[in-house]
Unconditional design. Sequence first.
Length: 291
Amino acid sequence: MKNVFEIVFSKSENLINIILLRKLLFIYVIINFIQLIPFIPELYSVEYSIIFQRELSAVTINSLVNLLAFEQLKNVYWWFFSLQVLFSVLGVFGYFTRISTMVVWFTTINLQNRIYSSNTGGDLLLNILLFFLIFISDGRKLKNVELEKIKNSIDYFFINLCKFQLIIVYFISALYKVTCNEWLDGTAIARILFVNEYSLPIISNAACNCSMLFKIITWFILAYQILFPFVLIKSNKVSYLLFIGVFVHAGIALFIGLFNFSLIMIISYVIFIPTKQLKEFSLAKFLIAKE
């Protein structure tokens, strides 16, 4: 029991992972904004939007994350983007860490709820992780010993929530897949690649001509998602597991075109990389040094 209290109330070693995760998510938000620039009028403007616009009039808790659904605020989306990018940049350089995280989460969830019908699972994961990160400190030690212990315990709780959230993503995804005949008989990936919007002609042809190969790929992805939560328990296997995950999501980005979803999933792996190994990456050293 004593060891449990020591772990909970001591500074978490995983804070380095969290610092890097937070900054990578900020960088992702900036990249996503740059991608959206040519399409912002079609997505957000009242006159040209191709997405159905919600309309709210009463103020409730739910409306706080749907501010762009109010008639008076529908055309101020550029202010949301400006604040989102500004505080993402500040966060990358280590300024106002929690405030930056809060503003980025608040603006991001409002912007995403405005175009809710185009959101992916990656967008939802981004919102959840940003929300959890609001409650995690930047690692600076407090002078008051008791407050330091409270801060460490809050960090410990929300760091583990971040980890648990990613496990839940894979668990729910695997649970859905094992109830789907297309995943069990190995035809799911091929069927996806037959949809023009999610494939290229050369890939669709390959799915037709190499059906057994794509069945193996389908079963491999299913097995990976089922085993993900269990293999994480063995820390010496984590690096191999994450490497496989990066390979899988890189394939999803390249062949199915879900680039943003795959990028957020790969970024979230930072939570599980052993801290000693994380410190060896040049990008990690650079970003952590800026804190």
